[in-house]
Design a binder for this molecule. Structure first.
Ligand code: DOR
Ligand code: ZN
Length: 354
């Protein structure tokens, strides 16, 4: 059990089940932040152009490995960007080779670099059928994109219009409902069978939509799916700290250069990799659930994906951690999540042996 007398946290090294590592100079500058704390990460394929074939994913994986700090053991787990034209044979071959860990469904135009996404889930039914047969996880960006649906209702509408019928048609498909933001999604996942799970970001645990407009518009709080009402934030905090194996860590770290965020049409995405574990530890402590952090961060994800648990340990200490205002990346600056704030937990390092 934890209380204010807990001064040191030593838990199994976590994995991040949802990251955007970008490409080129930005990749080289941001991947060390993820590799610093996490042993593995599920890497999103929404580059421009997207990684939509096994060959493109394999090349991207090689660029990630080439960008890692010397001696890093970080293992990027790759995903295929689904389009209306995805070839089930290419997907199966990529999964069999171990190049692909999962495939990602972006509804067309839902978010950053999703123009090539799926226009109608029925267009990929042959692909979903194959994924169900081979046990390959489907990762979903769960928002409908029709303009008539209010932005704050897009996740709930996705459950009703897309996810429920898809799971009815493919009841054994393994699905991760990514970066959930609503009570509706938390309840849906909790009530679903074991083949359905969800990731939860640090920022959706920390803020609700009021924070985006506190004293003025705050572009660094803007991401998709957008933060919802407080009732939803509280439901996410409850789900993450509930001990249920269906919920696990996925930061959705998504760096954008400061000038593209602070703009008349700012990009969606929050760069939270640098202090991810410090923030999750803070939230779990606020909920009186520090003893459940390890399951959420380090056990539930690998168990869902059928991967071994990490043997190394991550060490955090109760010591103030000052988050910088900016971090240099990609030839410019990126504003990290919690910029300028002081966090109660500090990352100490990784202990190699269990
Ligand atoms: O806020 C977001 N940023 N949500 C996404 O789904 C994509 C991501 C990005 O790639 O920037
Ligand atoms: Zn994402």
């Amino acid at each position: 059990m934890s209380d204010q007398t807990t001064t040191r946290l030593v838990i199994r090294q976590p994995d991040d089940w949802h990251v955007h590592l970008r490409d080129g100079a930005m990749l080289a500058d941001v991947v060390p932040w993820t590799a610093r704390q996490f042993a593995r990460a599920i890497v999103m394929p929404n580059l421009s152009p997207p990684c939509a074939t096994t060959g493109e994913v394999a090349e991207y994986r090689a660029r990630i490995l080439a960008s890692l700090p010397q001696g890093s053991k970080f293992n990027p787990l790759m995903t295929l960007y689904l389009t209306d034209a995805t070839d089930p044979d290419d997907l199966e071959a990529g999964f069999a080779l171990g190049v692909l860990t999962a495939a990602k469904l972006y509804p067309a135009h839902a978010t950053t670099n999703s123009a090539h996404g799926v226009t109608n889930v029925r267009a990929i039914y042959p692909v979903l059928d194959r994924m169900q047969q081979i046990g390959m996880p489907l990762l979903v960006h769960g928002e409908v994109t029709s303009g008539e649906v209010d932005i704050f209702d897009r996740e709930a509408a996705f459950i009703e219009r897309v996810l429920t019928p898809t799971l009815r048609d493919f009841p054994a498909l393994r699905v991760v409902f990514e970066h959930i933001t609503t009570k509706d999604a938390a309840e849906f996942v909790a009530a679903a069978p074991d083949n359905v799970a969800a990731t939860i970001t640090p920022h959706h645990l920390q803020i609700n939509r009021n924070a985006i407009f506190a004293g003025g518009i705050r572009p660094h709080m803007y991401c998709l799916p957008i933060a919802k009402r407080e009732v939803h934030q509280l439901a996410l905090r409850k789900a993450a700290t509930s001990g249920s194996p269906k919920f696990f860590l996925g930061t959705d770290t998504a760096p954008h250069e400061v000038k593209t965020k602070e703009s008349a049409c700012g990009c969606a995405g929050i760069f939270n990799a640098p202090f991810a574990m410090e923030v999750y530890a803070m939230v779990f402590e606020e909920e009186g659930a520090l003893d459940r952090l390890e399951a959420f961060a380090s056990e539930n994800g690998p168990r869902f994906y059928g991967l071994p648990l990490n043997e190394a340990r991550v060490v955090l200490e109760r010591r103030e951690c000052q988050v910088p205002e900016r971090i240099a990346a990609g030839g410019g600056d990126v504003v990290p999540w919690m910029a300028g704030e002081v966090l109660p937990w500090s990352f100490v390092g990784i202990q190699p042996l269990g």
